[in-house]
Design a protein around this ligand. Sequence first.
Ligand code: MRU
Length: 352
Amino acid sequence: MTEIKTMEFKDDILFLIDQRKLPVSYEIFQCKTYEEVDFAIKDMVVRGAPAIGTAAAYGVVLAAKQFLNNNKDEFLKRLDIALDVLDKSRPTAVNLMWATNRMRSVIDGNKGLPKESIYNKIKIEADKIYNEDIETNKRIGRNGNTIIPDKATILTHCNAGALATAGFGTALGVIRQAFYDGKDILVYADETRPRLQGGRLTAWELAEEGIPTRLIADNVAATLIRDRKIDVILVGADRIAINGDTANKIGTFMLSVVAKEYDVPFYIVAPTSTIDFDIESGDEIKIEEREDKEVTHIEGIRIAPKGVEIYNPAFDVTPHENITGIIIEKGIVRPPFNKNILKFKEERINIK
Ligand code: MRU
C-alpha cells in the first residue's frame, strides 16, 4: 500500500505534489498565499475535481492568514474577493465551488467573532474537507469493489486517482480496493491527450502500487472494447447533473458510446460533492477550453504547424443513457438517475 500525499497543509503553507512534473520528477510546489493557490489550480500543479476543491479550501485559509493584520471589515471584504478569485480558477469541476461555498458558510456564520477565531474556524473546515474527502474515497472504493469480478480487466481514462483527490482516488480508489482485496486485475489506462494525465499520472500511481497496468494510446480503447478485452470501464467526474449526465475529461463521451455499442458496463465514480443539484442536465455545464499550446506542443516541442487553428475543450459530457451506474460513497446509483440521484441531495451542501 503506497500513500500518495497529493497535498499537505502545515505551518500555513500548502504543499502540493507538482503534477506538471510527474513522472519525470517528483517536486513539491509550495503555496504561501491564496494567489499562489489560484495559480496552482489554473496551471494544473494540482488538478482533478476533489483535489482542486480541497486546495481551494486551503487557499481560503491562506487568504485569512494574509489579511489578519487588516481591520475586521477589510479582513472580511478581502476574504470575499479571495473566495471569488478561487471560485473562478477553473470552471467545470463543481467540487471547487462546493468547497469554497462551505468556506463561505463558515465565514458567514462566524462574522461576529474576532478575526483570529474566524481564521481558526476556516482552518478547521478546510481540514474537515480534506479528511472527509479521503474517507469518502475509501467508502467509494469499497462500494465499487462489489462490481469488480476477480480477474477483471478494467479500462480507465484520465487520472481519477489519489492525485486527483485529497487521497486514495475515486475510479482508481475502486481499482486500489479490488487489488488490496487480492483480485487479479489488469488495468488499461488511456494516455489521455492532450495533457496525458493517464500516461503521466495514472500510470505512475498504479506503478507505485504494483497494480498490473497497460498504458494505451487513446485510439486503442475502441478496439479493446470491441474485442471483448474490457470487463468494466471506470471513470471519474467533474460535474454530474440531476439526470445523470456527467462532465469528465475529454474523450470520456467517446468511450461511453463504444461501451454502449458493445454492452460493456460503464461506471462513473465520484463523491456526492461532484453532483450539482442545481442543474437538471449536462446542457447546463460550462466546458473549459484550454490554451492551444496543450495541443500544438509536447514538452515544449512544437508538433503542429504554426498557425493551425486549434479547438481544445478540456471536458465533455457523457449522456446519462450511456451510464450503467454512478458509484458514490453511499452506494451505487442506478437509472433512472433523475429520481435516484435526488435521494442524496440532503447529504451535501448546496453550492449556490
Ligand atoms: O483537467 P483535469 O486533469 O483536472 O481533469 C480531471 C478529470 O477529468 C478527472 O477524470 C476528474 O476530475 C475526476 S477526478 C477524481
